[in-house]
Design a protein around this ligand. Structure first.
Ligand code: ATP
Length: 378
């Protein structure tokens, strides 16, 4: 239950293509996070699944049933909005029970179900209050309760934590994950906050300009970003990216640029030698006798347990992150090493990640959007 299939979804607003040929299968019980920068089309895609925004092209299925043209209330999906969208003049009890009254359920059933949901969300003491008498976190729980009471096939959540302060956001993240685990229902969750995505998702779908860049577990998208875009979006600070040229030296491939001499730990030939190298800040090691990158330390940031050193290598800025103290001093030259297994190679123009296929020529495979653009029903 709660399997959602999105096939070639496209939505245009005038000249803007908000969602561009997205194909995505969401399995029942997943916590799928739609992640991407502001304006990348996350909310539009979620609203299309909910039936609030009609698609221009493509199809939607819920548990094998075509719902592309089904009215929102017939879709068996419950949406939770960033603004909570509570009725200000109704009590918590009546807000939560609203979907059941709209479906003409008996008073007894409504009281029982609202009581159960309120207990689950620790709202039992607040049932007679109005929304204005609640904190942001409590309002958010009432909005969740209103979705929960319907026992829907899937929950669609649009940035539900963005109005909460940082501390409450962190604890509510944990509560949402617990709730998801207990219910076992599909959650589709929109956010631009990578910490929310990394900590809550079973899989993350990353969008850029309406197109699907990568879908994978949090570890997959972080450890093996499919593109320069994903590499530069995830991580704090994000992956260091710098242009380089790959040459063969004594049969071994190395990436070269001013101040950069990075062994790739591979032999053979690349399909293209003009690349962008990517190394995460936590994968650059200072004080190594055989540095691959030589930069100048510009500034140190103290994060408490860790430290970030901001460096420059020629025109390129990069960050080093590690346990404090890193032992680097502003103004000094720093030699930094990286294990070949932590060096990512991207195509200079398409931004796609290089795949090393054992026994075969390395290749820059297409992104999911490029693969799925073919074979999409018109
Ligand atoms: P955010 O994180 O800022 O909410 P988003 O990733 O959810 O962004 P969308 O709200 O889906 O992005 O918007 C995608 C694009 O479509 C944007 O360029 C936006 O300006 C445009 N857009 C969205 N809704 C409409 C609309 N009703 N009319 C015109 N353009 C729209």
């Amino acid at each position: 239950m709660g399997n959602i299939r999105i096939v070639g979804a496209t939505k245009r607003f005038g000249d803007v293509t908000a969602v561009d040929g997205v194909t995505l299968d969401i399995a029942g019980g997943e916590f799928l996070v739609l992640l991407g920068p502001s304006g990348c089309g996350k909310s539009t895609l979620l609203r299309a699944v909910a039936g609030l925004t009609p698609l221009d092209e493509g199809a939607l299925e819920l548990d094998g049933r075509d719902i592309t043209h089904t009215a929102p209330r017939e879709r068996d999906l419950a949406m939770v909005f960033q603004s909570y969208a509570l009725y200000p003049h109704l009590s918590v009890e009546r807000n939560i029970g609203f979907p059941l009254r709209a479906r003409h359920q008996s008073r007894e059933d409504i009281r029982r179900k609202v009581g159960e949901v309120a207990a689950t969300l620790e709202l039992s003491e607040l049932l007679q209050r109005r929304p204005r008498e609640l904190s942001g976190g409590q309002r958010q729980r009432v909005a969740l309760g209103r979705a929960l009471v319907r026992d829907p096939g899937a929950f669609l959540l649009d940035e539900p934590l963005s109005n909460l302060d940082a501390k409450l956001r962190a604890s509510t993240r944990y509560e949402l994950v617990e709730l998801h685990r207990r219910l076992g229902t599909t959650f589709v969750y929109v956010t631009h906050d990578q910490v929310e995505a990394m900590t809550m998702a079973t899989r993350i779908a990353i969008l850029d300009q309406g197109r699907l860049e990568q879908v994978g577990t949090p570890a997959e998208v972080y450890d093996e970003p499919a593109s320069e875009f994903v590499a530069g979006f995830l991580g704090s600070p994000p992956m260091n990216l710098f242009p380089a040229t790959v040459v063969s030296r004594g049969g071994e491939l190395v990436a070269l640029a001013p101040g950069i001499d990075v062994p790739l730990g591979r032999r053979g030939e690349l399909p293209d030698t003009e690349v962008v190298l990517g190394i995460r800040p936590e994968h650059l090691r200072p004080h190594d006798p055989r540095p691959a990158v030589t930069g100048t330390v510009r500034m140190l940031e103290n994060l408490g347990g860790e430290e970030i050193a901001h460096c420059t290598v020629g025109d390129v800025r990069l960050c080093v992150r590690g346990p404090r103290p890193l032992g680097l001093t502003p103004g000094d030259e720093a030699g930094l090493a990286a294990d070949p297994g932590h060096v990512h190679v991207f195509h200079r123009t398409t931004g796609r990640r290089l795949r090393w296929q054992d026994g075969a020529t390395p290749a820059f495979p297409p992104l999911p959007a490029e693969e799925t653009h073919q074979g999409v029903p018109a």
